[in-house]
Write a protein that binds this ligand. Structure first.
Ligand SMILES: Nc1nc2c(c(=O)[nH]1)N[C@@H](CN(C=O)c1ccc(C(=O)N[C@@H](CCC(=O)O)C(=O)O)cc1)CN2
Length: 294
């Protein structure tokens, strides 16, 4: 068997085309959505991801507000930038790019974001709403994974899903999303304390690998016909490497690859979160509101 590709790049392009129309409709009401990003330090991966987010904004007509700070920034200076974006009426929503350099407390920074402007859905209030099943912006990678599976006709209801990785941006919130009544999957969350990862992956209908360990999942760990989603991106001298070994493609029915799978979907979901908030605010304020931008 050679797996079919879950093409996140193509699906993200379709989603961005739809968002472009929605941004045009907002513009007709006098509203320009704005995405802010806070990038601290010079991690090459983070710089590339943030640059990609702003390229996407330009494509769909969302305004960009890019804040760049040196790795030596103090906690107080970072807090000031976050407070500034909270107060900026041109900023509909924003993100603090993770990971932050050592010495800066990520949870503290995320907790200072105005939950209404939390374009990443990573503020504790919004993660709490996800637990409770209340409406809130959803974390971008988990939302992108569910969308990629759903739009390719992959059934989630009743599926056994094995998620590898318990991080706050992917594994944990993905488990919460997949176990909502609307998705109805059964989730096993594996992590560095899991004694026998293969014992869990071998019985799974869907495997989501978000460990950041190149080649961790090999073909012999996959049930024939399973769907495999690669989330781990590691930068090596030879280029980007995912968590799925090449042998997985001979066993799986579908594979979401690195690059071109979940990454572009993560970015498309970030734009979606921003546009959704702009639309919600526009509908509250009514057309051609005299209030400042949102
Ligand atoms: N504040 C956040 N920080 C981080 C998040 C997040 O959702 N919010 N997730 C990851 C990184 N990430 C988003 O920021 C991200 C990762 C990958 C891609 C992407 O487009 N990947 C491409 C390859 C890009 C390349 O060539 O480097 C792909 O897979 O095709 C976008 C966003 C950690 N931090």
């Amino acid at each position: 068997m050679t797996a079919q590709l879950l093409d996140g790049k193509a699906l993200a392009a379709t989603i961005k085309a739809d968002l472009t129309e929605r941004v045009r409709a907002l513009a007709a009401q006098g509203v320009t959505p704005g995405l802010g990003t806070v990038l601290v330090g010079d991690d090459p991966g983070s710089k590339a991801y943030v640059a990609g987010k702003h390229r996407d904004c330009a494509q769909v007509g969302i305004a960009s507000l890019a804040v760049e700070l040196p790795a030596s920034v103090s906690e107080a200076e970072l807090d000031d930038e976050i407070a500034r974006l909270n107060a900026d009426p041109a900023c509909t929503g924003y993100i603090v790019q993770l990971p932050l350099p050592g010495g800066l407390d990520e949870n503290r920074a995320l907790g200072l974001i105005d939950p209404d402007k939390d374009a990443d859905g990573l503020h504790p209030v919004n993660l709490g709403k996800l637990v409770l099943g209340d409406p809130a912006p959803l974390p971008c990678t988990p939302r992108g994974i569910v969308e990629l599976l759903r739009r390719n006709g992959i059934a989630l209801s009743g599926a056994e899903v094995c998620v590898i990785g318990r991080g706050t941006t992917v594994g944990r919130p993905l488990g919460l999303l997949l176990t909502r009544k609307s998705e109805n999957a059964t989730v096993t969350l594996c992590h560095t304390g899991t004694v026998d990862v293969a014992a869990h992956t071998r019985t799974a209908d869907i495997i989501v690998a978000a460990a950041g360990r190149p080649g961790l999942i090999t073909g012999d760990m996959v049930k024939p016909g399973a769907v495999c989603v690669d989330v781990g991106i590691t930068r090596t001298d030879a280029g980007l490497a995912g968590d799925l070994d090449a042998s997985v493609r001979e066993v799986a029915s579908w594979v979401a690859p690195v690059p071109g799978g979940v990454g572009p979907m993560t970015r498309a979901m970030l734009l979606t979160n921003v546009v959704e908030r702009a639309e919600a605010l526009a509908s509250v304020r009514g057309p051609r509101s005299s209030l400042p931008g949102i």
